[in-house]
Write a protein that binds this ligand. Structure first.
Ligand code: NAD
Length: 251
């Protein structure tokens, strides 16, 4: 298994779903310090409580809205607490069913783009700055989506936000890899988390059938991919888009 021995990491959207599964795997991989960032204080407290006391010793929680520039101080917070920042997982995101492009109102577009795309832009900027200041190396993993690889009828704003973050990760890889920071993205397929509840139970069989495995994925199956890209095992990966979707996207 992959080791994060001695590493300090931040994970956004850490209180639920894919973020929380990643927290657990990072702890199993011996991460030294882990800052759990989320907009929900209550969900963060529950997440911390679900860990063992030994695991809690390596964790701090940080309440922040990733789309608010003034709240994107989590990278500095990790560096203050542990003296460095090696890994950032920019995972926080929201999704809700919208409509076709013709019927999507601009406030829906703004809400989804603010959290999903602006939030990742701000995270890339602040985490890379701290990594360059503290140790001139690092690994950043951005969570995009299968809908960042193909069209997303009925989910145009969400799909656009996921293309945006995958594109940002590619640009960041070109700009930052020569300076010691690897940047990669993961594109999950349909995963069983609270995020997909908004589509209703009826849509689950349809989502499952769209995969080659006829099932939804588990958060841990995405966390494995994030752990790999975050760790030194992926030392030759930067600008990689890792699709983990049960064969959903057909390219
Ligand atoms: P989730 O709803 O279980 O977790 C998302 C977490 O992000 C929540 O704890 C939420 O409080 C937090 N969050 C939301 N807005 C925030 C903000 N403005 N600032 C800080 N934290 C905020 O969802 P998930 O399925 O684990 O999603 C994680 C990521 O994976 C998202 O970026 C999502 O788009 C992506 N994704 C999910 C799926 C899926 O099928 N579940 C598929 C592809 C991509």
């Amino acid at each position: 298994s992959f080791s994060l021995d001695g590493k300090v990491a931040v994970i956004t959207g850490a209180a639920s779903g894919i973020g929380l599964a990643t927290v657990k795997q990072f702890l199993q991989a011996n991460v030294e310090g882990l800052l759990l960032v989320d907009i929900s204080r209550k969900a963060l407290s529950c997440a911390i409580e679900s860990l063992t006391p030994e695991e809690q010793d390596h964790c701090e929680m940080y309440v922040a809205d990733v789309s608010a520039e003034s709240e994107c101080t989590y990278a500095e917070k990790a560096a203050q607490r542990w003296g460095r920042l090696d890994i950032a997982v920019l995972n926080a995101g929201i999704c809700f069913p919208t409509a076709s492009i013709l019927d999507t109102d601009v406030s829906t577009w703004d809400t989804l783009m603010n959290v999903n795309a602006r939030g990742v832009f701000l995270g890339l900027q602040s985490c890379a700055k701290v990594m360059l200041q503290t140790q001139s190396s690092g690994s950043i993993v951005v969570v995009s989506s299968q809908l960042g690889l193909q069209g997303s009828p009925g989910l145009s704003a969400y799909g656009a936000s996921k293309w945006a973050v995958r594109g940002l990760a590619l640009t960041a890889a070109e700009e930052l890899t020569p300076r010691g920071i690897r940047v990669n993205s993961v594109c999950p397929g349909p995963i069983v988390t609270p995020l997909i509840d908004v589509f209703g139970k009826d849509s689950i069989p349809r989502m499952a059938e769209a995969t080659l495995m006829n099932r939804l994925g588990k958060p841990s199956e995405i966390a494995h991919a994030i752990l790999y890209l975050a760790s030194d095992a992926a030392s030759y990966c930067s600008g990689t888009t890792l699709k983990v979707d049960g064969g959903y996207a057909k390219f």
